[in-house]
Design a protein around this ligand. Structure first.
Ligand code: TYD
Ligand code: MG
Length: 455
């Protein structure tokens, strides 16, 4: 006889407790405990049948041959890039994102375009007909993509055993239900159990698995946060739903860098890869506007020129407002303090609004100088020529600091037709500038930049 037991789980981090707690001792969140039924039962059999399993034995590390060609080319350069060069066999990838952002579209598109591999697309949210309708919209075809509308993991594994796919996509992990556990689909224990089963399957058979997971701010569905520890790679699909650009970001990657970024555009016929993002991030304008500057940042290995817009206006209320989109608010406050102290600008009595165009988030400190120039340009209401761009970090002393990969930034700026770039004087050392046609302005202090721009 199985013994049914209940336990309490924190919906935010997945911490388990035998009794209800007001505050989670693990993540310090309040009111997050929910009772879930769990079945304490000796699990009968295995999730994966023995015929699918490859017997493992220890191998000395020097004998293990590793070659890049083992990765599966997903036919999507943006996805290949964020995964670190293709899909790793036996890896388990979690694709998170808010509802409606395009996760199902992206994964279906990849499933269909992998024509040479047998792909199983399991949808627990949509019927086979609905998925087919979506596929028709995408306008691509494959003889090797199989759809399955199922939520029970045991049934899915039965079908997997018959079909023997080379890749499995689960849409979504929150709809899965394992018979080994009593609680309802989408609960922390259920999501964790189902992911565990697929993890085991992926590792034992070497089949890559993509799990789609929803993120909700309220945490009504078990957030994929709990799963981040379990999976190999976590990708986040983000973007403003009202804008057509979508960004695929790596949050965690056991097989590559976490700073990579993939950019897509949502069109009427699915997602289109954007291979030259700088062109879309910079608005095509003929005349220079005050408060608008271009910063040369690097995301992963890819240079990305971004447009920074700011608006500085006298504060009407007591406390001036500071608001920014796509840039760290604390860093903005720091830069404002530097401008006030080192440049003598009275920004403390002004509202400052900062926006990185295109709905993109930038963490690279190399856009500091562009941010400062943009704020000053709006403050003084003097526009900066749209042929000028910036690539340097600003320190607390108002000094202009060097940034990494400066050659890549300069050549990207040159490629996009910029005539002048401000960089740190310290970056110039050991740099061969003879190959560049663009004018390079090495500066060491914020005051030099102010003089250069505003005279
Ligand atoms: P979807 O992939 O269903 O989102 P998710 O799985 O993340 O919840 O994408 C839904 C949105 O994408 C929907 O608003 C319609 C839009 N869309 C397009 O604009 N073009 C298309 O070709 C497709 C298939 C969807
Ligand atoms: Mg979906």
């Amino acid at each position: 006889m199985s013994k049914i037991k209940s336990s309490f789980f924190c919906q935010s981090c997945g911490h388990q407790s035998p009794k209800w707690l007001g505050k989670c001792p693990s993540c310090n969140e309040w009111n997050t405990y929910v009772e879930e039924l769990i079945q304490k039962e000796e699990k009968q059999g295995h999730y994966v049948s023995s015929s699918l399993r490859i017997a493992a034995k220890p191998t000395p590390i020097h004998q293990i041959v590793y070659n890049e060609t083992q990765r599966i080319d997903s036919k999507d350069t943006e996805l290949n890039r964020v995964l670190g060069g293709g899909i790793v066999p036996g890896s388990i990838v979690l694709v998170g994102g808010e509802p409606g952002i395009g996760k199902s579209t992206l994964m279906l598109q990849i499933a269909i375009s992998l024509g040479n591999y047998k792909v199983l697309y399991v949808s627990g949210e949509e019927s086979e007909q609905q998925t087919k309708m979506r596929a028709e919209r995408l306008g691509i075809e494959s003889q090797n993509c199989y759809l399955l509308a199922e939520t029970n993991t045991q049934n899915i594994f039965k079908q997997i055993e018959i079909l023997q796919p080379s890749l499995v996509v689960i849409d979504s992990v929150q709809t899965l239900q394992s018979s080994f556990i009593e609680s309802s689909a989408g609960s922390i224990s259920q999501v964790r159990e189902c992911t565990g089963e697929f993890l085991k399957y992926a590792k034992e058979t070497g089949t890559p698995v993509f799990l789609i997971g929803h993120i909700t701010k309220e945490g009504t569905l078990a957030g994929p946060k709990v799963l981040e520890h379990m999976v190999d790679t976590v990708l986040q699909f983000e973007g403003d739903r009202h804008l057509s650009y979508r960004i695929l970001r790596t949050i965690k990657n056991r097989f590559g860098s976490t700073s990579e970024l993939g950019i897509y555009e949502m069109t009427g016929k699915g997602l289109r890869e954007v291979n030259n993002p700088s062109e879309i991030l910079i608005s095509q304008r003929d005349e220079a506007l005050s408060g608008t500057t271009i910063g040369a940042s690097i995301e992963g290995n890819r240079p990305l020129l971004v447009e920074i817009q700011s608006l500085v206006s006298p504060a009407t209320y007591g406390t001036p407002q500071r608001s920014c989109t796509g840039f760290d608010a604390k860093r903005l406050n720091m830069l404002l303090a530097v401008l006030e102290k080192r440049g003598g600008f009275r920004l403390g009595v002004h509202d400052v609004f900062l926006n990185i165009a295109g709905g993109i988030k930038i963490e690279d400190p190399a856009i500091d100088l562009a941010v400062c120039a943009s704020i000053l340009s709006s403050y003084e209401d003097i526009s900066i020529s749209n042929h000028v761009c910036f690539a340097a970090e600003v320190g607390l002393g108002g000094e202009i600091r060097a940034v990494h990969k400066i050659e890549n930034r300069i050549s990207e700026a040159e490629k996009l037709g910029f005539k002048e770039i401000y960089i740190s004087k310290y970056n110039k050392k050991g740099l061969d500038l003879s190959g560049f046609a663009i004018k390079i302005n090495p500066v060491s202090k914020l005051t030099d930049v102010i003089e250069g721009l505003f005279g």
